[in-house]
Ligand binder design. Structure first.
Ligand SMILES: *[C@@H]1O[C@H](CO)[C@@H](O)[C@H](O)[C@H]1NC(C)=O
Length: 402
């Protein structure tokens, strides 16, 4: 009997110990979660994780059908315009965050951040109007999330979360492709320089809105060499010469240069504003021109599509032209479909943004923004600091000119 009692006691102690260790683990993970910085994502198909599955739009703006997602990482097509993951999935992994969910996914929780991006979206509301969640609406949706966090966590904790979060913005390609080159009216109203001015003006306003809401850390995916997308190569009036569509490339360069200048100004003007900009243009151009140097066999043609360069956007057979070809191994290709790179490109560039060289990312990289324990100083902070002798982040080699 005594033995049994002993065993019972022992059993109870084990139960209590187990219960305690389970609850301690729960506490531990909650604490960890609170030290993680949330990740808010705005943009277009480069980063859409499936928001467009929930809106009324055309098949060109959706990717929730095969062969999208064919590498099986998520088990089934999710709406990502890739054979698997996209850049922000890798960044979330490096930041030790779970996959960041689409804002429109029912039951989405926001504590680790949320993804507002929508395939086809532009910075200007006119771009693909009525078919996408435009950038201004994405910002309004962020305000909803802000309210929900405040209700759940209280004012102080929500404010802290919002100020520590990283805001990643990848948008603009559609403004130049369909919004301008595909829209003769716009070309009549505005010359290219004026149009870049509108796009950058609207982007700057949005950054300021997020800053006023408490956002401090920003990451930007700059525009790729748009004229080298298989779809634009195929549209090139000089397509027979096999080159990229120069007019589209020139718009991307002008946009990236203007963005770079705006960010440098904002860093001077806005106290505590820190950013990570990227040089996706040169980085991708290098892989398009020298694929074998980076583990690819083909830098020009789409793995999935039809026509010249696979540039006719038929991947999946859900659009007007249903015929499409699919390559054997997407890992050999820079381009997954007529407009979007493969997962392998997404992963390589996510690495560059996370901790890559100053030729690809600067003045901060994303690792600095997510993990740095010390207070990161920016130029506006330095200017206010009378002891400051130097501007450490005005780095000379943060992007050479192309
Ligand atoms: C934003 O874009 C609209 C066109 O949609 C334009 O009328 C407006 O001037 C732009 N704003 C800025 C600040 O450039």
């Amino acid at each position: 009997m005594a033995r049994l009692v002993f065993h019972l006691d022992y059993f109870i102690i084990i139960c209590i110990t187990l219960a305690l260790s389970i609850s301690c683990r729960a506490c531990g993970s909650t604490t960890l979660e609170n030290t993680r910085r949330p990740f808010f994502i705005f943009g277009d198909s480069t980063v859409d994780p499936g928001n467009n599955n929930y809106i009324n739009t055309i098949p060109e703006n959706q990717a929730d059908y095969k062969p999208y997602g064919q590498n099986g990482y998520f088990g089934e097509p999710t709406g990502r315009f890739s054979d698997g993951r996209v850049i922000v999935d890798f960044i979330a992994e490096y930041a030790k965050l779970p996959i960041i969910v689409p804002f429109l996914q029912p039951s989405a929780v926001f504590i680790n951040g949320v993804n507002f991006a929508s395939g086809g979206a532009g910075i200007l509301p006119e771009t693909n109007q009525g078919q996408v969640i435009d950038f201004q609406t994405q910002i309004k949706n962020f305000e909803e999330v802000e309210k929900s966090l405040t209700q759940k966590l209280g004012d102080a904790s929500a404010k802290k979360l919002i100020s520590e979060a990283v805001y990643f913005i990848s948008i603009g390609s559609n403004d130049y492709m369909s919004g301008y080159l595909g829209n003769p009216k716009m070309q009549e109203y505005y010359n290219p320089a004026q149009y870049v001015g509108l796009v950058i003006g609207n982007l700057t306003q949005a950054i300021q809105v997020l800053y006023e809401k408490g956002g401090r850390k920003f990451g930007f995916l700059s525009l790729s060499p748009l004229g080298c997308l298989p779809a634009l190569r195929a549209l090139n009036p000089k397509a027979s010469e096999g080159g990229c569509f120069e007019e589209a490339c020139a718009l991307a360069v002008a946009h990236n240069d203007a963005l770079k200048a705006v960010l440098a100004n904002l860093e001077h003007l806005l106290r505590g504003f820190k950013y990570c900009n990227s040089n996706f243009y040169d980085w991708l151009h290098e892989r398009i021109n020298k694929p074998s140097k980076y583990g690819f066999k083909d830098g020009v043609n789409a793995c999935c599509g039809t026509g010249p360069y696979g540039g006719i956007f038929t991947c999946g057979g859900t659009k007007k032209v249903q015929d499409y070809q699919l390559c054997d191994d997407a890992g050999d290709y820079v381009w997954w479909d007529s407009f979007h790179p493969t997962e392998k490109i997404h992963e390589q560039f996510a690495k560059a943004l996370w901790n890559g060289p100053p030729s690809s990312v600067g003045p901060f990289n994303l690792q600095d923004l997510f993990l740095s324990k010390e207070k990161l100083t920016n130029i506006a902070d330095e200017v206010d600091d009378p002891d400051s002798q130097h501007f450490p982040y005005e780095s000379q080699d943060y992007f050479r000119a192309h």
